[in-house]
Design a protein around this ligand. Sequence first.
Ligand code: NAD
Length: 457
Amino acid sequence: MSTTQNIINPADLSVCATVEFLDVEEVDELIHRAHHSYPSWRAMTPHDRKQLLSAFASEVRAHSEELAEAEMRSAGHPIASARGEAIGVADVIEYFAGFPERHFGRQIPVAGGIDVTFREPLGVVGVIVPWNFPMLIASWGFAPALAAGNTVVLKPAEATPLSALILERLALDAGFPEGVFQVAPGRGDRAGWRLVTNELVKKVCFTGSTRVGKQIMAGCAEQMKRVTLELGGKSANIIFGDADVEAAAKAAPFAVFDNAGQDCCARSRLLVDRAIYDDFLPIFLEATASIVVGDPLDDRTQMGPLISAEQLARVQGYVAEAEVIYQVPNVPATGYYFAPTVLSGADTTAPSCREEIFGPVVSIVPFDTEAEALQIANDSIYGLSGSIWTRDLSRAFRVVRQLESGNLSVNSNSSVRYSTPFGGFKGSGIGRELGPDALDAFTELKNVFIAIEEEKG
Ligand code: NAD
């Protein structure tokens, strides 16, 4: 039986919406509908599927303010960031709209006939997403899944179902057939888990914590269900002695404090060459102090609240156990705000320096040699993201090749683009999203050999 759930605005703790949370039986109904819609969606000409995805992208663009406001109210994102995220969703859908006509098999030369491969869609795909970038991360899953000819049931996080429900409506307004793209708000262990256990779902595309990711993988294994996992991180930002210190120090706060640190790519370990440490620190702290923390409604706000009381308590717990070097003063007292905080990372075995905090907290770790920096950076169960700052091209290549991480940047904090692959090493996940190969993960590769008889006589 579905239940009504209040959605809380984390900036002022008001109820910003009420949403019907689906339980197992209702999720089964969505899955059945998706299953029945699959043959005709799959059979649609690539051109027609492209047109529908393009129309969906246009609807998202036209309603980007509505989407941004939903994200601002339920996830606490500053409105300026949320607007960028809404446009980002339209960009992702538009990018994948180009694929139905461009994703195909190959013809392979063999003896005695012709060998061809086909990329076949899977069927119903369950997309399960977290609350940190609700609509953007959802689009990384549903857009390539739909482009490949699958139907989708999207399970948003408990705290942030609003933008997903708007996207469901916009897809229908764009002309999507019923049942092709549906949203199942609900609890993870009920609605989410049903996407894992229902045999009509052929793949689960999960983004979230490593803990739940392991459960999803084990659940999918029961049915040999396909699974992609985008999980946690504890990424390093390595500042070498030969870097442009000012540029690196001014950029470093946004490598970790963006979205109040609730970012799987947050570079929450800041490794600084001891030779430049004393030059780097004051510039970095000044840049951190200038971050505007406040009301998400205000255009000038750069950092809003954390998502929940639970998340706030978790972040406070880590900081209470650590040595604080600096904390931004005067953040709002109402709402789930936590001040950007810089911790000493001198003890790299401390939980705050090893575990994913998912809040605006960075540990600063001095190092002496390139080898030591690499050893510290790789000493993690995670391997999602990371940056290095250096003017030495040889060092840049040497280090990026040795870092155990899926997404790296040199002299930049930016490593996520819809047109390039994204995903983790080690405990940060399995599989890749986005980029030119994203549809491979939403299709099976089929090989067919066709014998050709020798000409007779
Ligand atoms: P979470 O794992 O608690 O929940 C993620 C989603 O899974 C939610 O929709 C939740 O309802 C659902 N869920 C929970 N238990 C489930 C179950 N037993 N079966 C099926 N679904 C279930 O994660 P969170 O707290 O929402 O998000 C924070 C985590 O997400 C962090 O660890 C962060 O690093 C990670 N994350 C990773 C990426 C990436 O791309 N690698 C991106 C964003 C966030």
